[in-house]
Design a protein around this ligand. Structure first.
Ligand SMILES: CC(C)(COP(=O)(O)OP(=O)(O)OC[C@H]1O[C@@H](n2cnc3c(N)ncnc32)[C@H](O)[C@@H]1OP(=O)(O)O)[C@@H](O)C(=O)NCCC(=O)NCCS
Length: 334
């Protein structure tokens, strides 16, 4: 809900990002599955993805590199960080959260740390948790990380999914606002129906690993792309429009829409339904594909120089679960 002015406001005060060097292009995929560059570009807007090829490195590596980027830019002492949240669906291990490992590796030895699993909405949900913690007055510095090594769960024989996903990590630092810019409002929802359309069938408590689940390839990501597409457009646009409406904002008041990078057509259709011109939409899907929890912080990192103090941004995401929502922020620094 919108806040009164005497409350502590949470603001993003720095960002960082990391994508691996190795590029998996549409031309590479043409050699792996029955697809072609033209189809992928026209149906998704994707030309390449980054892949963490080193099999000894996991999602924590992407998260740590993103944090190191932020720490280097800000000269922040990691010992002053109170909390580290990692949003991911590809944790290093299913038991033992990734966030404590990341916190230790970056020297955030005074922080507590935990993971959030909300798929492509994970970073936005985690930002909301962090905003609440800052607003409570109990915490001053929180690292919110979105990172996914999607290549670890993508089936590179399935042309309907392998063209979409890439690896990456991004991070935002949240602190109490010093200029009254920051986290303004949020609108989040979820629907358990979504797990029929986007899931990894085995390896959880519902369907533990057996030789049969391996033979069925149930440890890879499955999606009914058409259904996910429809829900994503309608719910992201609805959440984004709601947040504009209840804050009395017209399209000229919004500097940028910062949408989860699922598919260029999903992003464009969402913006259209929100009556936002396409030049207000931040996009980097062409180079990275869908990096799940990392898309929004990677946008912040790539477009950091274009974001100015006071800019009103609508963040919007949709992901597995289903999970979705939108947030309104005023950018707090130049
Ligand atoms: C996956 C997605 C790109 C498919 O695009 P689409 O326009 O819905 O395409 P369809 O699934 O209807 O397939 C159309 C045709 O292309 C074919 N096709 C699917 N993948 C293909 C590929 N990589 N290359 C060539 N053809 C392909 C299909 O087999 C189908 O052929 P048919 O008509 O002969 O049956 C799209 O549905 C999507 O992006 N969904 C959302 C995915 C997403 O973002 N998930 C993450 C969670 S946010």
């Amino acid at each position: 809900m919108a806040q009164s002015s005497d409350q502590i406001k949470a603001a993003i005060t720095a960002v960082g990002g990391y994508v691996p060097e190795d590029r998996l292009t549409n031309q590479d995929l043409e050699k792996m599955v029955d697809t072609n560059d033209e189809w992928i570009k026209s149906r998704t807007g994707i030309e390449a993805r980054r892949i963490l090829k080193d099999s000894t490195k996991a999602t924590s590596y992407l998260a740590i590199k993103a944090c190191e980027n932020l720490l280097k830019k800000t000269q922040l002492d990691p010992k002053t960080i109170d909390l580290v949240i990692v949003a991911t669906i590809t944790p290093d291990l299913h038991v033992s959260a990734t966030a404590p490992y990341v916190a230790t590796q970056i020297g955030a030895t005074n922080a507590f740390a935990f993971d959030v699993q909300a798929a492509c909405s994970g970073f936005l949900y985690a930002l909301s948790i962090a905003a609440g913690k800052i607003e409570s007055g109990r915490y001053k510095k929180i690292l919110v990380i979105g990172a996914d090594k999607m290549s670890s769960i993508v089936d590179y024989t399935d042309r309907s999914t392998c063209i979409i996903f890439g690896d990456g990590g991004g991070v935002a630092l949240m602190e109490p606002s010093t200029n009254n810019f920051g986290w303004e409002d949020e609108y989040f929802r979820s629907s358990g129906e979504g797990r029929n359309y986007l899931n990894m069938k085995a390896g959880g408590s519902l369907c533990p690993t057996t030789s049969q689940t391996l033979a069925n390839r149930w440890h890879y990501l499955y999606q009914d792309g058409k259904s996910v597409f429809k829900y994503a457009v309608s719910e992201m646009a609805h959440a984004g429009s709601e947040i504009m409406k209840r804050n009395g904002l017209k399209n000229q008041d919004i500097k940028y829409l910062v949408p989860h990078q699922a598919n260029k057509r999903i992003i464009e259709a969402t913006a259209k339904r929100m009556n936002l011109e396409q030049d207000k939409v931040l996009m980097n899907i062409k180079d990275y594909g869908n990096t799940t929890a990392a898309t929004i912080p990677l946008l912040f990192n790539d477009f950091e120089a274009d974001l100015k103090k006071g800019d009103k941004l609508v963040l919007a995401a949709f992901g597995g679960g289903f999970t979705w929502g939108a947030a309104l922020i005023t950018w707090a620094y130049n």
